[in-house]
Design a protein. Sequence first.
Length: 180
Amino acid sequence: MTLQNEDVFFGGNSPFIDIAPSPQWGFEKKLKAHIGESSWSVIRDHIKNRVGGCCEFCQASPGGGGLFKQKASPFKIDFRFQRDTPAGTDILRRIIYICEPCRNTIHLRQTDINSEKLSPEFSPFRVAIDRLCVFHRRTPQQIIDEYKTLLQTAKEREDKISEINFETYIVENGLNRLWK
Ligand SMILES: [Zn+2]
């Protein structure tokens, strides 16, 4: 079962670095406030159950296992957008259920900021880089170079616009169907 018009294959089934524009930070909170707590929990359960409660990327279950043989909890809901369309709108295309270390690979900018004051051995940023190397068979330097390029592009976009329009059609229409 999918939400209406959701593309459950959008972006494939491995993480890629997605530098969320700053107006989009805290999107889950904003969405929850917009549709209401109970509607959000219907969506959340739906997303979790359709993947059997395992991380969509590394396949770890709450008990561990998966690609990295690590305990995966806590699990997070995350969002994939088709960014910066000709209309200037970011369109929500897919909702995913993933473990926290995999989520840290996507939101590498926040992971980087959150790791600033931590020593390298406890750095979620370092773990995220290592994970991306495994997923994409690349070297840490290649991943860091890619991150820097993406960060530059995202900052240039943020400088141009103060606000980003979001299209969350799949949630609103999906909800109508799920409630029926
Ligand atoms: Zn994972």
